[in-house]
Design a protein around this ligand. Sequence first.
Ligand SMILES: Nc1ncnc2c1ncn2[C@@H]1O[C@H](COP(=O)(O)OP(=O)(O)OP(=O)(O)O)[C@@H](O)[C@H]1O
Ligand SMILES: [Mg+2]
Length: 258
Amino acid sequence: MTNSLLEFRNLTKRFGGVTALDDFSMHLNRGEILGLIGPNGSGKTTSFNLLTGIYPASGGSIFFDGEDITNKSPRKVYEAGVVRTFQRSRLCLPLSIYDNIMIGDTSRLKTGICANLLGRKAFRKQYEETFEKARSLVATFSGNLADRMMEPVGALPMIERRRIEICRALISEPRLLLLDEPSAGMTHDETDQLMTDILDVRARGEGLSIIIVEHEMGVIERITDRCVVLSYGRKIAEGSYAEVAADAEVQNAYLGVD
Ligand SMILES: Nc1ncnc2c1ncn2[C@@H]1O[C@H](COP(=O)(O)OP(=O)(O)OP(=O)(O)O)[C@@H](O)[C@H]1O
Ligand SMILES: [Mg+2]
């Protein structure tokens, strides 16, 4: 077993005439929090979309835990243990906290007419178990939220919604969590709290690895072990936050952007 959980090898993605990712190679170590940074349109979300099987790659390959998962279906990638949150919130606002989280655990509840009619008792027991699992996961982020599991998500402030999105990703007990701009729409203090939560998750979860895409450099500096910098789909730097922040090409890529 190598120390590397994920590897992109010469990954390329073209959308018509736009090369969103250009011969991009990188790796993620087990248990690592990696910052994937770069100006707008540099290919960060596209990396997540290729990794999670949303779009096929135009070239190159993706290895997860030694297995080639290039162009596998989103379902297969999820089953392999890769989950994500989205740049724009994707909660169902009228649904409860519990329902929103269980959307992230499609493997567990055996629903359907037969399961309901034939095994009501078994179904009830299964429901209670999953509810308790979801509730205790939420409680690790916020005791207040854990007491409000049946309330609609739409009534909650942004930080609580973001916590629920992260719980939805974590409920399937993934090995790799992808966070696409988790601070978006939040205040500085809220972001700081959320980052503390994320560090706690990593400290608890045995071997959970995280890739975080984020424009807030304070966040990247605080929580990442290592950074990879993209510009126009190409990797231009890699190293600790201090190393990449001091890099002339990185500073140049960000000029006029931040
Ligand atoms: N589905 C798509 N169809 C066409 N072009 C796309 C598509 N998705 C992304 N692109 C293009 O690929 C490039 C990279 O986009 P991407 O969304 O990966 O950037 P990003 O680094 O996530 O940017 P941001 O920081 O603004 O979220 C951009 O030029 C974008 O317009
Ligand atoms: Mg993006």
